[in-house]
Design a binder for this molecule. Structure first.
Ligand code: HEM
Length: 308
């Protein structure tokens, strides 16, 4: 199927599939709410005027999740794990971030991303043919070949994938990507069951906080900030900007994260979006998914279907 300009509705129709789980996200449906604070060390304040990067702590609501449309899927079968965060520094300064375990996407435009999702649904032969036809997937495939999924949300790395601009006090912009790098290096359980990652996190948080370093990587000359499929070289400048400390969890059905749309274009002063077309497509699709699930929750699944 050739789709020249994929709409948010088409994306969400494809992602939700035949079976609609009313009231849940159409992608990354299974997750768990977390809360805690980010403690900034002040090292990014010279590059971004965002309040959150001044020295000190900012609380957040977040969500760990696994990719897919099914809110009861087996944790360890999902190819991608995710971390989303929402910071509210003041009434006018909010930041929503949604990160995944791969450092890059397989493709750099929404149309190809849509075709990749179609190929994934069609099966192994279709996806092999898709990657053969898309040489730009090389960096993603190299990551996939070396990636070893762990038995814990707390021991994974989560990446912005898309680049953004930091804007300093004088208005100067610098392109960056970021990642959250785990301090923990081994799971507290080795469970294999359906909710293994969720249970491991709950057991871990009963004993200790879960800590990640927040690391920014600056684009170098020749790095295209509008192409999320291309890995930047390892020697780029990196700045560790502070610690993300997760201290508590809540079930997603009753926790605050369930009603948040982690739209990656909700940005505070001091952070700006690049022209990466995947970023725009994400924002539109998240809004459409949010529109559907919010309506279904309001109408308890009944009338909700009529709103699709
Ligand atoms: C065109 C490409 C993409 C599309 C169409 C898409 C679509 C979606 C949709 C519809 C949702 C559910 C939103 C909601 O109801 O709140 C979602 C969730 C999510 N997406 Fe994407 N996505 C794309 C690319 C990406 C990329 C590149 C990343 C990682 C950087 C990512 C990370 C996430 C995460 C972490 C969530 C879950 C957020 C949460 O916990 O609520 N997505 N995506």
């Amino acid at each position: 199927q050739k789709v020249d300009k994929v709409t948010a509705q088409q994306f969400v129709d494809l992602q939700q599939g035949e079976r609609v789980y009313a009231g849940f996200r159409r992608a990354h449906a299974k997750g768990i709410c977390v809360t805690g604070e980010f403690v900034s060390n002040g090292r990014l304040a010279a590059f971004s005027r965002a309040t959150i990067f001044k020295p000190g702590a900012t609380p957040f609501t977040g969500r760990f999740s696994i990719a897919g449309n099914n809110p009861t899927a087996p944790d360890l079968k999902a190819p991608v794990r995710s971390l989303a965060l929402s910071f509210v520094s003041s009434a006018s300064q909010q930041w929503r971030l949604a990160m995944n375990t791969p450092p890059v996407t397989a493709v750099s435009d929404p149309h190809s991303f849509y075709q990749q999702l179609q190929a994934l649904k069609a099966g192994p032969e279709a996806i092999t043919a898709f990657f053969r036809a898309h040489p730009e997937s090389a960096d993603f495939l190299a990551w996939k070949a070396r990636y070893q999924p762990t038995a814990s949300f707390a021991t994974e790395q989560y990446h912005s994938i898309n680049a953004f601009y930091l804007v300093d006090e004088s208005g100067q912009r610098r392109a960056v990507r970021w990642s959250f790098e785990p301090r923990a290096n081994k799971p507290v359980t080795q469970a294999q069951h359906k909710d293994a990652l969720h249970d491991e996190l709950q057991q871990r948080l009963a004993q200790q906080t879960v800590v990640f370093d927040w690391v920014f990587t600056f684009a170098g000359a020749g790095d295209d900030e509008n192409n999320p499929a291309k890995q930047w070289p390892d020697n780029r400048q990196r700045v560790v900007v502070g610690e993300l400390e997760i201290s508590a969890w809540q079930p997603q059905s009753s926790g605050h994260c369930h009603v948040i749309n982690f739209d990656p274009l909700v940005l505070p002063d001091g952070i700006e979006p690049t022209r990466d077309p995947i970023l725009r497509a994400r924002s539109a699709a998240y809004a459409e998914s949010y529109r559907r699930r919010a309506w279904e929750r309001l109408t308890a699944g009944g009338e909700g279907a009529k709103n699709d």
